[in-house]
Design a protein around this ligand. Sequence first.
Ligand SMILES: *Cc1c(COP(=O)(O)O)cnc(C)c1O
Length: 397
Amino acid sequence: MKYSSISAIPITAVKKEINEKIWLSSPHMGEHEMQYLRTAYRSNWIAPLGPFVDGFENDLENYLGEEVHVAALNSGTSAIHLALILSDVGVDDYVICQSMTFAASANPIRYVGAIPVFVDSESNSWNMDPEQLEKAIQWCIARGKKPKAIIPVHLYGMPAAMERICEIAKNYKINVIEDAAEALGSDIGGKKCGTWGDFGILSFNGNKIITTSGGGALVSKNADAIVKARYLSTQARDSAVHYQHSVIGYNYRLSNICAAIGRGQMEVLDKHVIQHRKNFRKYFYELLDIPQIHFQNEPGDSYSNRWLTSIIIDDSINNGKSRHTLYEHLAVLNIESRPVWKPLHMQPVFESYPFFSNEVSVSEQFFKQGLCLPSGSNLAEEQTDFVINEIKEHFLL
Ligand SMILES: *Cc1c(COP(=O)(O)O)cnc(C)c1O
């Protein structure tokens, strides 16, 4: 038995020695990735172009539906950067961004010299609060500049209130850049995340629901914009025999080697989503009896890939148990958990920018109390059992 305790030896010491690290979400290869890699290698397409890049784009287009076009890129961050450029965002323009997210959602706003305006979360989905979004838009307009883009995020795979957000954006004629880096496989009423905005962005970094080791994609219904993204991502070379350039380009295209892994991962994406949702359900039902623990809701007709199961640990119950003590308890046992994203308006690098908040900031509260639990599709049943037992032990004993 991997996790049994031996009496007379402190229980945590024993467990620390014997259990393998339990990761938050680690790469999970399927059956065909290696075979496709070999094919790429043998064909000598070891370059940021090639048949697997085209094939991977096709796979994503077919998966997402809605007649979208896809440019495969080397990261989700570069996809956001190109989406901003294609939305004509420049120096001193306003871009509205969800505050509770990974820094990569907002860094590209600064790459183009624009000004981020941060917006609080709603407690329902944990994502961009449409009411605060509208206040932020009006604030920008009152200062003489309509925002050029809005960046909502589907945190941990949970869809943001896209119907409302897109409606508001449409009223003001502002582009929506949908950060679906964590939400491949999620949808709202059957319409996939990544296809709601004028642009959608995806990430295939190492710990995402599928991975190419590093990679990303830009998604849009606008075919011309995607053609332009491919052009910008390959150094903006004009069609001339000699190297000619009329605009500034970027080296953002996905490697054919990474795309080979991506094609294999697309075959197991649905399986991963099912497994991530299964992890969530197990945590949910097993931890139902702990009054201090609340889960991220799946509002309305949202369907989340449950990339990371995230919990709120209510700190108004004063028993000395908190997000922090649980984090420490798990860390000692070699179990990786992670506090929810620190809101960007609280980050030293972004704290001087405006923030539109509810009276009591939802994102700040969630940051104090939120924790992401091990959620990988490759976790063994006994590993989630172990994590759950330790959480129970922490709160109930
Ligand atoms: C991972 C992530 C990104 C960035 O993607 P990379 O491929 O790592 O550049 C952007 N936004 C969010 C919300 C993410 O989780």
